[in-house]
Design a protein around this ligand. Structure first.
Ligand code: ATP
Length: 319
């Protein structure tokens, strides 16, 4: 009987559980034995692997985080460390692995694939920064969490006539900031993919104040600078009272939205389908609502790009 394993790695994201569930259920449906690796690559090295049954993934589709736990395992870049991980799979007769995680996790998966384990990647990260898919699992949930926070901040910003600077996650990518900024009606969105001219931001706030605008919301992606740094920079050009809000890890938690659950279910099952069809070294994704596969090489070929049209629109709508 064919045996596959599944793990979650890197930063957790809402919907990872739904993806694990899909891998396990689709696998068992197809007559495959599915094993769960606990604590990502660390668990693979430490032999923390357990056979999963249908019931093991019951009651998790609605939960944030990951039942398989996640971990960072920096030493996984060492071939010797990966050799141990591969041995732990092979001694159980497992020849295939589904890796649910971000681009760092894909690098590990690519190495394993080259070294004898058939791997397929599933994009699980709130950052939406992976090539070969329009959306990553967890992005929609994190986006809605941020929007909820920004709506609340707007209430107090309006009442106190203040400028708020909201720092959001995304590592080196600006998708969360951009989408949340558009959806939350932010006046300014600062993303790493575009040069941020703080003097220009200050001038825009000043112009707004002159025509009677009393509050303003600035969304800054963590990849640009911190909210505190942004406030400091602004004060070089304009004398205003600002408040900073760092949303932090609350953005990674919470129950996944319907979109993330469906996306995770589709991508998890598709990963199993690919492995059963002997496709390896690929990442699954969704493009124009169609399931797609992209080789790891192609995923890494280009750096992630922002939706330029949406960024332009955000500026047009926040004049
Ligand atoms: P997120 O973007 O949500 O944080 P991620 O998957 O990018 O998720 P990373 O911490 O970058 O998170 O990577 C997760 C793990 O992948 C690392 O802890 C390490 O074990 C493994 N990994 C990362 N880069 C490599 C590499 N070049 N070779 C082998 N393994 C790697």
């Amino acid at each position: 009987m064919k045996k596959i394993a599944v793990l979650t790695s890197g930063g957790d994201s809402p919907g990872m559980n739904a993806a694990v569930r899909a891998v396990v259920r689709k696998g068992i449906y197809e007559g495959v034995e599915v094993h769960g690796v606990y604590q990502g690559y660390q668990g693979l090295v430490n032999d923390n692997i357990k056979k999963l049954e249908l019931g093991d993934v019951g009651d998790i589709i609605q939960r944030g985080g990951t039942k398989l736990y996640s971990a960072r395992c920096p030493e996984f870049i060492e071939p010797e460390v990966r050799k141990k991980a591969i041995e732990n799979l092979q001694k159980r007769g497992i020849d295939s692995l589904v890796v649910i995680g971000g681009d760092g996790s894909y690098r590990g998966a690519q190495r394993l694939n080259e070294e004898g384990i058939k791997t397929v990647g599933v994009p699980g990260t709130i950052d939406n920064d992976i090539n070969g898919t329009d959306y990553t699992i967890g992005f929609d949930t994190a986006l809605n969490t941020i929007i909820d926070a920004v709506d609340r901040i707007r209430d107090t910003a309006t009442s106190h006539e203040r400028t708020f600077i909201v720092e959001v996650m995304g590592r080196d990518a600006g998708d969360l900031a951009l989408w949340a900024g558009v959806a939350g009606g932010a006046e300014t969105i600062l993303i790493p993919e575009s040069h941020s001219d703080i003097k220009e931001v200050a001038e825009r706030i000043e112009t707004g104040m002159k025509r009677g605008k009393k509050h303003s919301i600035i969304i800054v992606a963590e990849g640009v600078m911190t909210a505190a740094q942004c406030a400091e920079e602004l004060r070089k050009y304009i004398n205003i009272d600002t408040r900073e809000s760092v949303l932090g890890h609350m953005q990674r938690g919470g129950k996944p939205t319907g979109s993330d659950r469906v996306l995770a279910s589709r991508l998890g099952a598709y990963a199993v389908e690919l492995l059963l069809g002997d496709v390896r070294g690929h990442a699954v994704g969704i493009e124009n609502n169609r399931l797609t596969k992209t080789s790891f090489d192609r995923v890494f070929e280009e750096s992630h790009r922002i939706d330029e049209g949406l960024f332009k629109l955000s500026k047009e709508l926040s004049i």
